[in-house]
Design a binder for this molecule. Structure first.
Ligand code: ADP
Length: 216
């Protein structure tokens, strides 16, 4: 059987997470989201979490040593044998090298790098209206996907928040970090013939069909 081993690439707020979750349902494979894992560590005040918090609040990348460690642990779990979707990793050359090492050790290769394309203008607009559940990580949008009850998570009932790093000044900085550090990874994966593009503007209700067509 053909197993999907996918990396999601694209600027913050482009819709990587939304796509990752649809793909996860379509193919029954786990999503490994470094942002959620790091936010969990911050909430639980683990050693990693305490160190990561300051970087995340200002929109900087958390040091590679921390993130590589978290991903390496996660990739050792048995559910990854069915395939996986990495969302938010790798984000630097060092992380891409680390991922190559992890995959080599496991004797497997990536099958797709899904690149979400969206302009800065739309991203800034979108993130200012994004609301997140701090407990179950569900994402809402005040206009395109509002919660049923104002400011409350449909899934778990927690109070929704605007993430500190979704404020406009921090979003602009995250976009800069993406352009300087992460975007170049696309070239590396293009050389390997792995990159498939998806338009970040495709509306939610058309995404399932679109992704199925794209990935086969
Ligand atoms: P977005 O993709 O919208 O920027 P994420 O939830 O993926 O949001 O990431 C939020 C923050 O978590 C990042 O700004 C960064 O501080 C940290 N982070 C997530 N993934 C990584 C990673 N692979 N390397 C370094 N930092 C990361």
């Amino acid at each position: 059987m053909f197993l999907m081993r996918i990396v999601m690439m694209g600027p913050p707020g482009s819709g990587k997470g939304t796509r990752a979750h649809i793909i996860s349902e379509l193919y029954g494979i786990p999503v490994i989201t470094t942002g959620d894992m790091l936010r969990g560590a911050v909430r639980e005040k683990t050693e990693y979490g305490i160190e990561a918090k300051a970087y995340m609040d200002r929109g900087d990348l958390v040091p590679d040593s921390i993130v590589n460690g978290i991903v390496m642990d996660r990739m050792g779990k048995p559910d990854v044998e069915k395939g996986f979707i990495l969302d938010g990793y790798p984000r630097s050359v060092n992380q891409a090298d680390a991922l190559d090492g992890i995959l080599k050790k496991m004797g497997i290769e990536l099958t797709h790098v899904l690149s979400v394309v969206l302009s800065d203008k739309v991203i800034i607009e979108r993130l200012s209206k994004r609301r997140s559940c701090p407990v179950c990580n569900e994402i809402y949008h005040l206009i395109s996907k509002p919660p049923k009850k104002e400011e409350v998570c449909d899934k778990c009932g927690a109070r929704l928040i605007l993430r500190k790093d979704d404020k406009e000044t921090v979003v602009r900085y995250r976009l800069l970090v993406y352009k300087e550090t992460t975007h170049q990874l696309l070239e590396r994966y293009e050389k390997l013939g792995l990159v498939v593009e998806t338009d970040g503007k495709i509306p939610l209700d058309g995404l399932r069909v679109h992704l199925k067509e794209l990935l086969g």
